[in-house]
Design a binder for this molecule. Structure first.
Ligand code: AMP
Ligand code: GLY
Length: 419
């Protein structure tokens, strides 16, 4: 059996879950993570390089006989890390820069959906401020404004009324609040409904969906407060029916992969479908070109099939002949965040983790300080994860253990899985 030396690029909770799953595979030989974090260093070798140091990553991989590079985060994908590594003769998992535009440009992805009849919110794209302003003066409210480029999930403004829409437009297009990302914008219809995420493996031709999941994006209980990267998640979503799975495959997933192919783009990697269940059917809110965070932390623990086999099938274009099996239970994760997250993150607080049971703790933002103590190193610090027969059982396990993680100003939502 061929074994692989694998390097995972990234260093959050998602990468911890990816490394944990790769580690389980008998096909994994040496496992590396660049840059990783304190928790990840407990299961593999971490190398402190920037995810944007393409030359450094190439050198490291060649020096360590890495034969598979797994690129997890959006930024290096959008900047073409997979193109670069492939040109240098390395085997890399993830979409090319061109394919990653599904996520990196909202103008591209909205126009793409329109060209291929993929259901999404009605929209208009603008690069001229006065034109956008004129449009807003007539449009129905609420309305949604989106900056074109990657803006760390913050480039989306949901505006209840005309006044806040006009103010938001000014911030995006004139004040440069999101830098270059705001010079082109999308204005779109506000969709009502429950959100669901479906991740799918794709080899350029075949697309295979993973179990659905639901993220909780707002900072506080009851879906209050600012949008964050995600404060918790569960999978599968009991609201996502079998009929919706078919609708997703036929009206969204296949048209996406086939549409890309028609345009000369071969998507290999993971497509993230961010969906709204509306009264008139499923609509795409956004595509991402990668695993979600924290959705990955609840989806991958359900995977039965060898993860390395799936990654290879995506690269080799053989996904159609691989049967992917999933466990029949529910996983739930709750993020333990720094007090000020998402606005003011203080790092460097010492962490104590008591004796936990029945949960898996993925590290999202941790490091070792100069004295070798475990300290906080990000806004989202831990993802406390458990599995159970249903959401209630998984919830019970997580919340029974979560207070054993202690650091100054630690905070978490108490309603993950309830809303
Ligand atoms: P996005 O970065 O496009 O996923 O947007 C971030 C969040 O804003 C989504 O997860 C939704 O909760 C919300 N959102 C984005 N677009 C819309 C829309 N057209 N209607 C309602 N909510 C939206
Ligand atoms: N949890 C949302 C994302 O990964 O984009």
């Amino acid at each position: 059996m061929k074994k692989y030396n694998i390097a995972v690029i990234g260093g959050g909770g998602r990468e911890h879950a990816i490394c944990a799953q790769l580690k389980k595979s008998p096909r994994t030989d040496n496992l590396y993570c660049i840059p990783g974090n304190a928790g990840i260093s407990g299961i593999c070798t971490c190398e402190k390089l920037s995810v944007f140091d393409f030359d450094g990553i190439e050198k490291f991989c060649k020096a360590n006989a890495v034969d598979l590079v797994f690129v997890a985060p959006d930024d290096p994908l959008a900047k073409g890390l997979v193109n670069f590594l492939t040109e240098k003769g390395l085997r890399a998992f993830g979409p090319t820069r061109e394919a990653a535009q599904l996520e990196s440009s909202k103008v591209f992805s909205k126009a793409f959906m329109q060209r291929h009849g993929i259901p999404t919110a009605k929209h208009r794209s603008f690069s001229d401020y006065s034109e956008a302003e004129r449009y807003l003066l007539e449009a129905d409210m609420p309305i949604v404004l989106k900056a074109d480029g990657l803006a760390l999930g913050k480039g989306v403004l949901i505006c209840e009324d005309r006044e806040s829409a006009l103010k938001g437009l000014k911030e995006l297009m004139l004040d440069g609040k999101f830098g270059d990302a705001g010079s082109n914008i999308v204005i779109e219809e506000f969709l009502k409904g429950r959100e669901v995420t479906v991740l799918a493996f794709c080899d350029g031709n075949t697309v295979k969906c993973m179990p659905s999941s639901q993220d909780h994006k707002r900072a506080f209980d009851g879906d209050k407060g600012l949008n964050t990267g995600g404060m918790g998640a569960f999978a599968p979503s009991p609201y996502f029916t079998r009929a919706m799975q078919e609708e997703l495959m036929n009206k969204i997933a296949l048209p996406t992969v086939n549409g890309l192919k028609e345009e000369g783009i071969i998507f290999k990697g993971v497509i993230y479908f961010g969906l709204m269940m509306t009264a008139t059917g499923l609509k795409v809110i956004e595509y991402n070109a990668r695993f979600g965070d924290p959705e990955t932390q609840v989806v991958l623990p359900l995977l039965k099939t060898d993860f390395v086999d799936i990654v290879n099938a995506c690269i080799d274009g053989t996904l159609d002949s691989l049967d992917i099996e999933w466990e029949d239970f529910t996983a739930l994760t709750v993020v333990v965040a720094s007090g000020g997250y998402p606005e003011n993150v203080v790092k460097g607080y010492p962490v104590e983790i008591g004796d936990t049971r029945d949960v898996e703790i993925f590290h999202a933002g941790t490091a070792f300080d100069a004295q070798g103590r475990l300290v906080t190193n990000g806004g989202r610090v831990f993802d406390v994860t458990a599995t159970g027969r249903d959401i209630a059982e998984a919830r019970e396990k997580v919340y029974a253990q979560i207070d054993k993680i202690r650091f100054t100003d630690a905070r978490y939502r108490k309603d993950i899985g309830l809303v």
